[in-house]
Write a protein that binds this ligand. Structure first.
Ligand code: CP3
Length: 322
């Protein structure tokens, strides 16, 4: 999830010649990057190389990824008029580059028997970038619209939900076999604000995506104090970060969902015995849990030693096939 390839030399080599949006918008390059981790490790699934933010461009926002800073929106949403003027073009046309990348990637992945994950941002996380314009931990511009401009909030979040849902369906049609919704920053809300201002719109995304009849993953971080709300917002699979014991999360979430998680990405920097211990800790607790997906609790970090990734992935296969 995010930066799947960025810690890899193979990815850096391509990035030396193209910026990230150029890679995303070239179906052949995006396919090549999608396959890099699959070629390097015995992974069970691939995630299409794309980002949650290009869909904002199709609405009329000006997106740029700035080196060493991250994504910037040059014309952020601040008023009712701004929200009203956002367009909702059909992703089938406006996101054609990623849909093509999905089609091409599927051909290569089918030969290997590896399924492909498509994804989209959830309305709140998309709104964060659309409103703040650049990283801003307190999210004060976003939250002040949420608290004091109810109509602007509703229009913005409704449009993002429709578009996100439609984009997921378009990815399913193009060949994605699992769909993941990223609400990376939902945990910056209080549970009651999440329920009132965010959950109905995330629910709408899952309601639309359900028509694809595919497994749906709901990804968040920092939401361990509101896991049942996250679950009730939708998804067959709930992603859990490392700030809670996975068996405790399982107990809270109940038997009707599948869990994904929950290794701290920093654990990949630990000496092998420490990394093995942490991997085993999760596996031992989840071994008997139907459908459990071992994963990191958030994106892999940029300087992660690749040899540890390889060793961990191999260990998981060995340990779980005994
Ligand atoms: O995992 C993969 O390889 C699939 C591709 C993927 C990317 N972004 C490519 C990317 C996925 C699944 C994402 C999702 C994404 N993008 C999220 C949700 C998941 C999460 O990590 O919370 C979010 C919040 C974004 C927005 C985004 N994209 C940010 C904030 C940044 C810059 C900050 C950073 O850590 O670099 C990006 C850039 C980005 N998207 C990179 C990659 C590989 C790294 C930039 C680069 O190559 O220069």
């Amino acid at each position: 999830m995010r930066q799947a390839g960025r810690y890899m030399q193979e990815y850096q080599n391509i990035r030396n010649n193209y910026d990230i949006l150029e890679i995303i918008k070239s179906p052949n390059l995006a396919t090549e990057v999608t396959l890099q981790p699959i070629k390097a490790y015995e992974l069970d699934a691939a995630i299409i190389f794309a980002d949650i933010l290009p869909i904002l461009e199709t609405m009329g926002l000006k997106l740029e990824f700035i080196e060493n800073e991250g994504p910037v929106i040059h014309n952020p949403i601040r008023s009712l008029e701004d929200a009203v003027s956002l367009e909702i073009p059909e992703p089938i046309n406006s996101m054609e580059f990623t849909l093509k990348a999905i089609k091409i990637s599927r051909k290569c992945l089918d030969e290997r028997g590896i399924p492909l994950i498509g994804f989209s941002g959830a309305p709140f996380t998309l709104a964060y970038y659309a409103v703040e314009g650049r990283a801003n931990k307190n999210k004060l511009k976003l939250k002040s619209i949420m608290y004091s401009q109810p109509e602007t909030w509703h229009i913005l979040m409704s449009k993002l939900a429709e578009l996100s849902g439609k984009y997921l369906l378009a990815q399913a049609k193009a060949g994605a076999q699992v769909l993941q919704v990223f609400d990376s920053w939902a945990g910056d809300l209080s549970p009651q604000d999440y329920r009132e201002y965010v959950k109905p719109y995330t629910q709408r995304v899952f309601e639309i995506a359900k028509a694809a009849n595919l497994p749906l993953i709901h990804f968040t971080t920092n939401t361990n104090g509101m896991l049942t709300d996250i679950r009730d917002a939708g998804g067959d699979i709930i992603s859990v970060d490392w700030r809670i014991d996975i068996d405790k999360a399982a107990e809270i979430l109940g038997d009707n969902v599948i869990l994904q998680g929950n290794l701290d990405p920093a654990a990949l920097y630990a000496p092998w015995p420490e990394l093995e211990k942490r991997t085993r800790y999760i596996l031992d607790k989840m071994m008997d849990r139907k459908g459990f997906i071992f994963n990191l609790g958030h994106g892999i970090l940029k300087t992660t030693p690749t040899k540890n990734v390889k060793r961990m992935v191999n260990f998981i296969h060995e340990y779980t096939s005994r």
